[in-house]
Design a protein around this ligand. Structure first.
Ligand SMILES: C=CC1=C(C)c2cc3[nH]c(cc4nc(cc5[nH]c(cc1n2)c(C)c5CCC(=O)O)C(CCC(=O)O)=C4C)c(C)c3C=C
Ligand SMILES: [Fe+2]
Length: 418
């Protein structure tokens, strides 16, 4: 859909009020001054365009998977609230138009001010003046979506419901979802603004089921960057797939033509797990115990018996239940996933303990050959289990990228013969 078609499908308040509102718009712009210039309509501040780090929205794959990991996350799982397929598809088109604009550092629709005084503005306004901040928006479709809209025969075989793993203590209110949007940005307000505005556009068609804020990326897809540390104080993401490793991405992350269904080619599967850490117990564990749990040292992140973080691990030197030994591809017939998680702290639990941990996000070509067998092994044997608990869970089919300005999120699924 072109920009003009978008405007037609979604007539702006300015179009409705004609020139009567122009004076208002000018007045608001004058009052807003330079701040209003950074994010308003199409007139993005050139400096923001140069330095604000907009990530290309269009492509073969969705951004937010193999693209460099940003500092902040706002993840939202939604439930569908309508049985009107056309209305839902129109919402996906409207979401795409809004996502295209927000990732480029522009406001939603006609902006946050200057329109009809009697109507709410198209954009909620809290990102005015902020740069694109490498915002990426990535959509996924959950298994339960395929029970709706006559989609049962389009559900990918690989989109299985996750089994219950030993030790799982899942909170239903933080589990599942018909669809999800992962918003990542270097500015938390930009990520929150994006989710809020998508939820607003979706009002009556979808509602947020649960959401998660994250900070301090715990995995990187840029190997030369300093490896971030998780809340247990260990470097996390050392041996992740890099965004530049196209061969490994094709092998382990992107759905290939031969995998099927056709509409998923170029997509991926996302597993989200809210993993609570028993921080207080961990903080009382000795340094030796902590290093034994991971099989790496705390200072450098080096594997047991090695000096440097990126030295090849010698797995047999680690304790048999060390996390890295158990999760390493050599212990799992080569299983490899792309990790993209974030730390979280959501206040306290009423017992004086922090509700903190890792919001684990992993992309893979097939969860039956990625997360499920890996987590089976970890859930059964990992020394880390004494200090963590999985409390939320979801799985999503992440469709391929939006190709161009005429394309929209979910087209390959919803357009027959696409
Ligand atoms: C099912 C997959 C995994 C879950 C769940 C998981 C939870 C989890 N991990 C850490 C901390 C670290 N993990 C590290 C390595 C690592 N973890 C997984 C998989 C899961 N982790 C893999 C595949 C790997 C890489 C193994 C390898 O190839 O060597 C590390 C070491 C540094 C690194 O390579 O990233 C840390 C630290 C926590 C805290 C956690 C749950 C809260
Ligand atoms: Fe791990």
């Amino acid at each position: 859909m072109t920009e003009t078609q978008e405007t037609r499908a979604n007539p702006s308040r300015r179009a409705l009020i004609g020139w009567g509102g122009a004076g208002l718009a000018l007045g608001a712009a004058a009052a807003g001054g330079a701040v209003a210039m950074a994010r308003t309509g199409d007139d993005m501040d050139p400096a923001a365009a140069e330095t604000g780090g907009a990530v290309e929205f269009h492509g073969v794959h969705q951004a937010g998977i193999a693209t460099p990991v940003q500092d902040r996350l706002h993840f939202a799982a939604f439930d569908v609230k309508t049985d009107d397929r056309e209305a839902f598809v129109q919402m996906l088109k409207d979401w795409t138009a809004a996502a295209r604009r927000m990732t480029a550092g522009k406001t939603v629709g006609e902006g946050a001010y200057g329109g009809l005084a009697e109507a709410p503005p198209d954009d909620t306004g809290e990102a005015l003046g902020l740069k694109p901040s490498r915002l990426t928006l990535t959509i996924g479709f959950g298994p339960s979506l395929f029970d709706k809209f006559d989609l049962a025969d389009r559900r990918p075989e690989a989109l299985v419901d996750l089994p219950k793993f030993p030790g799982d203590n899942l909170d239903r209110s933080r589990t599942g979802g018909d669809l999800c949007v992962q918003a990542c940005s270097d500015d938390p307000q930009v990520a929150v603004h994006a989710i809020r505005n998508l939820a607003r556009i979706g009002f009556g068609k979808v509602a947020i089921r649960w959401s998660q804020l994250g900070f301090g990326k715990t995995s990187s897809t840029t190997p030369d960057a300093q490896t971030p540390r998780n809340l247990m104080g260990f470097k996390d993401g050392t041996r992740n797939i890099a965004g530049t490793e196209t061969d490994r991405l094709d092998k382990f992350v992107w759905v290939g033509e031969e995998d099927g269904p056709d509409w998923m080619t170029g997509g991926s599967y996302l597993v989200a797990r809210r993993i609570r850490m028993n921080i207080e117990t961990w903080d009382r564990a000795s340094l030796q115990e902590q290093e034994d749990v991971f099989g790496r040292d705390k200072r450098e992140g080096a594997p047991v018996g090695k000096a440097k973080e990126h030295d090849e691990p010698f797995l047999k030197a680690m304790k048999p239940d060390a996390h890295v030994r158990l999760a390493h591809p050599d212990s799992n017939n080569g299983i490899t996933i792309l990790r993209r998680g974030y730390s979280f702290t959501d206040g306290t639990d009423g017992l004086g303990r922090l509700d903190a941990g890792l919001f684990f996000l992993a992309y893979q070509r097939d969860v039956r050959k990625g997360f499920i067998p890996l987590q089976r092994r970890l859930a059964a044997h990992d020394a880390l289990n004494e200090y963590i608990q999985h409390v939320g869970s979801a799985v999503f089919a992440v469709p391929p990228g939006v190709r161009d300005s005429g394309d929209w999120w979910g087209r390959t699924l919803f357009s027959k013969g696409a």
